[in-house]
Ligand binder design. Sequence first.
Ligand SMILES: NC(=O)c1ccc[n+]([C@@H]2O[C@H](COP(=O)([O-])OP(=O)(O)OC[C@H]3O[C@@H](n4cnc5c(N)ncnc54)[C@H](OP(=O)(O)O)[C@@H]3O)[C@@H](O)[C@H]2O)c1
Length: 463
Amino acid sequence: MHTTRRQLCFLVASLLSPSRSNCFKQSLAIFSMSSRSPRGKRKSSSLTSSLTTMKDCAEKTDDSNRETEGQKRSHHTFGMAPMKSSIFRETAIADANSLTDGVKLRSMNDNESTDSVILPFIGYGTYKLGREIARSKTLEAFEQGYRCIDTAFIYGGETIETQVGLAIQDAIEQKILENGRNDLFVITKHWRKYHGYEETNQCLRLSLRRLKLDYIDLWLMHWPGPAWNTMNRRKDLIKEYGPWHYAVHSEKDMPRIRAETWRAMEDAMKSGKVKAIGVCNFTIKHLESLKKTASIWPPAVNQIECHPLFPQKELVEYCRKEGIVVQAYSSLGGQDVGKKFWRTLYPPPPKKRGESKPESVTKLSNTPPVLNLSKEKNRTSAQILLRWALDKNFVVIPKTSSKERMLENAGIFDFSLSTYELDKLESELEHALFEVAKAEKKDVDSMARLCWRNDPLRDLLFD
Ligand SMILES: NC(=O)c1ccc[n+]([C@@H]2O[C@H](COP(=O)([O-])OP(=O)(O)OC[C@H]3O[C@@H](n4cnc5c(N)ncnc54)[C@H](OP(=O)(O)O)[C@@H]3O)[C@@H](O)[C@H]2O)c1
């Protein structure tokens, strides 16, 4: 029965797919850089409403579907698309055309005919969104068609989940989410202060209360290790006693306590309070250690910092082999690194007499390799960085407080990067980094990390 349904779905998807590429190009014209026309009413500017069903699209055009290199590779990992009843649709990245398209996650429903858990390829990030605007900006993201939201227990000093919860209520009341809560994919994260079985349960209770939800779609372990407080650690104390001074548990005890946290997460999934569980910031070592005790394996997702400057190839390959979806964060370069870093990596050329001061590189998106590709592809730098991630088979969660950028970041389904372009981008950035690391006698990987740079506990291995 299962096979027959899958086969039928595959057939329908195959019949409809040749026409979809062109259809989507039309609907996305408003988002691409080549046409910066002012957007129309809310309805037409929403990605989910601009192209509601595959049938809509099939009726509009009959253009053939040109597959690029990147798109071909995408089929490999995420497979073809069975139909489903909720607004979320499992599909290959190559066929994705909406903010409700995504990848199926491992969940309790895997062997049932009920809805699968589909993680959208593009979600909306809320780190450093700012407490005052988090509610209105999250609502704006929903208005612009985003249906996946990434938040965390700790964001905004434990204030953002509450604001996100209020935005969800607003969106339901205003009928932006037509089917209410079901039209939304909510990701939140367990905080590292709550490692241990009971503590983890407590953390979930608080998150659910703050978000005013009955369940979380994807619940992630934010860090493989513990810590007493959140961010404001004193450098002098760390210098004197070492970073473990701030840890709740001892270094030796860590794998056991992490396994307890995971067991609580497994139980939360079994009870239906969360639909899928995963981890963040886990290295291969952490994953291997968790594998030994986990009864639910693999984690559905590993959310990690990943961009062309920090492609984490070995970890990504491990995740691919184990069937763990990689969710890339800080795809645009993140928000934690200062201008000094970029000036070191790309020193501005000396000012020539009579000429204005040359522009400095201030972030990942205006490094020469990204700018060059952006020019070649006639896409913004942000779109290049996000498409790099999709073409590597990662899902993304860019954060922005600008409505225009929300649309820009979502407008990446109608182009792709070839293997050559992906590799070139990575190797050019790697080369620049390598030169500096060599000169400064630093480790390339630790330099490449742009997020959590100010957190002294980031270097704890938590092994
Ligand atoms: N699990 C973890 O440990 C972890 C760690 C970090 C982040 N995350 C998640 O991942 C999300 C994304 O990562 P991130 O917040 O670090 O950074 P990011 O998405 O790489 O970058 C956000 C920055 O880029 C700017 N930006 C956004 N769109 C842009 C565009 N089209 N053009 C130019 N600039 C643009 C934003 O500024 P404006 O707001 O002014 O547009 C903001 O300064 C987070 O929000 C969070 O949900 C998870």
